[in-house]
Design a protein around this ligand. Sequence first.
Ligand code: NAD
Ligand code: 4TP
Length: 312
Amino acid sequence: MKKVAISIGDLNGIGIELALRCHSQVRKLAEPLYLIDREMLEQAAELLGLEIPEDFVLESPGAEPFTIRPGVVDAAAGSYSFASFKAAVELCTEGHADAVCTLPIHKKAWELAGIPYKGHTDALRDFFGREAIMMLGCPQMYVGLYTEHIPLKEVPEAMNEERLTRFLLDFQRETGAEEIAVLGLNPHAGDHGVLGDEERIIEAAIDNANRIIQNPKSKIQNRPFEGPLVPDTAFTPAMRRRFHYFVAMYHDQGLIPLKALHFDESINVSLNLPILRTSVDHGTAFDIAYKRAELNTKSYLNAVRYIIDRTS
Ligand SMILES: NC(=O)c1ccc[n+]([C@@H]2O[C@H](COP(=O)([O-])OP(=O)(O)OC[C@H]3O[C@@H](n4cnc5c(N)ncnc54)[C@H](O)[C@@H]3O)[C@@H](O)[C@H]2O)c1
Ligand SMILES: N[C@H](C(=O)O)[C@H](O)COP(=O)(O)O
């Protein structure tokens, strides 16, 4: 059975409840190693009124214990969740785990703790010195994000032909997709320059990537990239029947349609890295943490299943 290092996420949020409630199902798929100290686990389990399963295997993240405050954004929880994530990655790079699955962290809590990253993907980029790609989705529809955790006003200046060409090639190689819809940036994909002209950069990158892929040495002989597509019609039912892989130019362009259609079952995958990392597609859900609310567990279980499918 594959060993999956599970970072525990922000302990003021719903991650630990998911870990405890789903343990027996996860255990049928893999050997989970949970990056949490017994003291913190007992505290959370007591607040949740849940038993700790006997075969719940722990590894210490080596972080300061703290008092859990359900639904509160705080530095201690941010610090702990980052240590848990970092230790999970280390287990993997040192060969003690086959992959990492991350429970959700809170970005403001990381900032309050002085963690210099916006999220897991950003941290992985730095740990490995590689252009990690953020992709979310499910078999019906995966979305790769060319830019992700930057303010919207910085998106136009991040448009760059060489960088986008590399992104497209990496995305294609990592997913193996043979048809990829690439979205424009502006309304109506610029409408021939009437509403903006970043599409020229996108067009050039698509041409470059299609040309490079058509190199006779490549296994793929078609032109996998199509676009720049008009963003407001890129996700119509007909387009989603045709394409299962999309590249969005910014976070919400891709994640609004995905989460509107598939929030329950989607996952987050970090591509283009020496390790496999998956995650849930939702956040810390502070509004329902420790409230015995009905949790959706599909995203978490699918994130573990994806690891098993890819590592077997
Ligand atoms: N993988 C990650 O670490 C990850 C992913 C997304 C968001 N985040 C972070 O989480 C924090 C909170 O984000 P947010 O409030 O925008 O989004 P959120 O996903 O935490 O919550 C949005 C809504 O969905 C509900 N929800 C989320 N997950 C649920 C589940 N499993 N079952 C039932 N209901 C669920 C919440 O109760 C809330 O009403 C932010 O800091 C965000 O950046 C982290
Ligand atoms: N953009 C992700 C989402 O909306 O689900 C989320 O913020 C997680 O990002 P990291 O994988 O970088 O933590």
